[in-house]
Design a protein around this ligand. Structure first.
Ligand SMILES: [Zn+2]
Length: 105
């Protein structure tokens, strides 16, 4: 007798819910960039926790490099958002100043 989640369908496994699994990518500190097959409803109510690695384990050296690059990317995104807020603030004050000048002139 065959277990439902080990049944191959179109060369892909079924999760505990009985759906064809989807290929996802982990971005955790321990498995950055590592792909795995998981439930298509992962993160939603009543989804199962099926998990099957598609890639080999991530070498410690690559973990350091990838996690370092991810940190730099996140810091750059935060800086970009901070600069965007500052720009919007200056635009707002410039428009107010122009409006005041037009009313005085
Ligand atoms: Zn499932």
């Amino acid at each position: 007798m065959e277990d439902s989640h080990s049944v191959q369908k179109l060369n892909r496994k079924l999760c505990y819910c009985g759906h064809i699994t989807v290929l996802k990518t982990s971005w955790t500190e321990d498995n950055p960039g590592r792909r795995f097959w998981g439930c298509r409803f992962y993160g939603k109510v009543d989804a199962c926790d099926f998990f099957d690695c598609a890639d080999p384990t991530v070498h410690d050296r690559y973990k350091l490099v990838i996690n370092g690059q991810l940190r730099k990317k996140n810091e750059a995104e935060k800086e970009k958002e901070k600069l965007s807020k500052t720009l919007r603030m200056y635009q707002f004050f410039l428009l107010r100043w122009l409006f005041c000048m037009l009313q005085l002139g």
